[in-house]
Design a protein around this ligand. Structure first.
Ligand code: NAP
Length: 493
């Protein structure tokens, strides 16, 4: 989608994305008036099939003139070599339709819903094309997981008219998977933005769609995996898993599913026949229920970060790879095995701390849990035979006494608190090992302080990779490529 103010800038952006795109849409409503008047030259210059759109404000566009002026612009440009023209569902302009027909321009009959997903989406899609040659397009905005399922069900119902090309997509974070799964939804194309700020909500760059999500190789039955969380769009798991599929030539795609209401998400999982899911904040405990049979780690930790099943629909097996993901980089530091009697301080007492304390106590470490809310520290410590303290001067004094390992598990140090250190009063001796669970940013203030004191550091990114590696095996039955793991292990923001 090209939405710059000038034709020259649009041409520059199209040229920059040439390797990833097969089709462009010129959003002439974004052009300066003088540029819009000269847009007839654009199709020949851009050298790709080009859709002409002059979007009204009520449909998410920015066209400033009257409806008469908009129709005049469309009428002036329609015969200028455009391959398609996108016009709205309710537009009554027989002369324009006839001009498009005469010029061999495909009419894309579209409707937009920025507030939700209409309950009669399938029927509306069916009614959209006014004749067999028109292409139906629906862009809607799922606000709940139930609405995402409605959108997928409408796509499966095959609306849009007698096998003709059509486009159906969900805008916003919840709708993002539908932009990747165009082949599965029966969409003839997907929309991207040449800049990282999408023109419409949820758009990504062509490179992200093609390189990261392997858009061009996805088929209607490509197996779907993903991560459920809220928020989740920042997750690095799609990068890790999709790069793994690409390296091993596995036909699969891994997507972020923004899930505000977990109960309503299961319909989506079944509609997409999802066989494997990573589970992240805030669903790791809520996910446990009659649908999921958890393994021993899930029972011990009381939280589940991995769901997989042999057939969809069907019941899920639950695993927790955080525990092994935490231990694996530690073992590497200690040449395979944690030393007996290791003295560990765990800062924080939330969900991640639970996996950490379970793993450390099971490995024979002596653990002190320090947390802002002492009650939370006490509850966690008592569940695993550890000690506890507050995250205040007294607690940190106790923590500083001869710890071999300090594990930072709070969210302090990541946005919006990326400048803060949750234990700034804790003095490092320089010979203790610091394990920071936060992986974005790669270096938190606490890590910088630890490095300055001469401490060795294990990074959150290493844990994320290690737990993803086990998930990858559970999802695909294949080992994650070692060289890719090493390449990804270099900390980066
Ligand atoms: P959580 O369950 O919400 O726990 C948050 C913890 O942070 C609690 O102990 C909380 O203390 C503490 N906290 C929050 N704000 C604080 C503040 N202003 N000052 C001091 N303490 C504060 O979250 P979680 O799931 O455990 O995740 C925590 C972090 O671990 C996140 O940054 C997450 O990205 C990271 N993580 C990384 C990996 C990995 O693979 N690297 C895996 C899992 C999690 P109270 O009890 O007092 O509220």
């Amino acid at each position: 989608m090209l939405a710059s103010r000038t034709l020259e800038e649009n041409l520059r952006q199209a040229a920059g994305q040439r390797a990833f795109i097969d089709l462009v849409e010129l959003r002439a409503d974004h052009l300066l008036p003088s540029e819009a008047a000269a847009a007839a030259s654009f199709p020949a210059k851009v050298g790709l099939p080009c859709i002409l759109t002059v979007r009204r404000k009520i449909d998410g566009g920015v066209f400033d003139g009257t409806e008469t002026e908009r129709l005049a612009l469309l009428g002036k440009l329609v015969g200028a070599g455009f391959a398609g023209m996108d016009v709205e569902e309710d537009l009554q302009a027989p002369d324009l339709d006839a001009a498009a027909r005469a010029a061999g321009v495909a009419v894309i009959r579209s409707f937009h819903d920025f507030s939700g997903v209409p309950s009669d989406l399938a029927q509306r899609l069916e009614r959209l094309p006014r004749n067999a040659s028109e292409i139906a397009k629906a862009a809607v905005t799922p606000r709940t997981s139930a609405q995402l399922a409605d959108l997928l069900a409408a796509a499966a119902a095959g609306g849009g008219g007698r096998g003709a090309p059509r486009v159906i997509l969900g805008m916003g974070d919840l709708g993002f998977p539908t932009r990747v799964l165009a082949a599965r939804l029966g969409s003839a194309w997907s929309y991207t933005s040449p800049t990282s700020q999408g023109v419409a909500p949820g758009q990504v760059t062509p490179g992200t769609l093609v390189d990261l999500y392997r858009f061009r190789s996805l088929r209607p039955d490509t197996p779907v995996f993903g991560v459920v969380g809220n928020p989740v769009m920042h997750s690095r798991s799609p990068l890790i898993h999709n790069r793994g599929y690409a390296a091993l030539g596995i036909d699969a795609v891994y997507l972020p599913f923004q899930v505000p209401d977990l109960e309503a998400f299961w319909a989506t999982a079944d509609l997409l026949a999802i066989r494997g899911l990573s589970v992240t904040v805030p669903h790791k405990t809520a996910v446990l229920g009659p649908r999921v049979s958890g393994d021993e780690d899930v029972r011990v930790i009381g939280a589940c970060n991995t769901l997989f099943r042999s057939a969809a629909p069907g019941p899920w097996s639950g695993a927790n790879t955080d525990m092994e993901g935490f231990l694996s980089p530690l073992r590497e530091v200690f040449d395979g095995r944690l030393p007996g009697g290791l003295r560990a301080v765990v800062i924080g007492a939330g969900g991640a701390a639970r996996s950490v304390v379970a793993a450390l106590t099971a490995a024979g470490a002596r653990v002190l849990v320090c947390n802002r809310t002492v009650e939370h520290a006490r509850g966690l410590a008592e569940a695993f035979g550890a000690e506890y303290a507050g995250l205040d001067a007294d607690g940190l004094r106790a923590a500083g006494k001869g710890a071999d390992l300090i594990v930072q598990t709070t969210s302090v140090g990541m946005a919006p608190r990326q400048d803060l250190d949750p234990a700034s009063a804790l003095r490092f001796r320089g010979n203790e090992l610091i394990y920071e669970l936060i992986y974005a940013p790669a270096e938190t203030p606490l890590v910088r302080r630890a490095l300055a004191a001469g401490c060795r550091v294990v990074y959150g990114w290493q844990m994320l990779l290690a737990q993803a590696r086990r998930q990858f095996l559970l999802f695909t039955g294949r080992e994650y490529p070692r060289d890719l793991m090493d390449a990804l292990a270099t900390p980066s923001d």
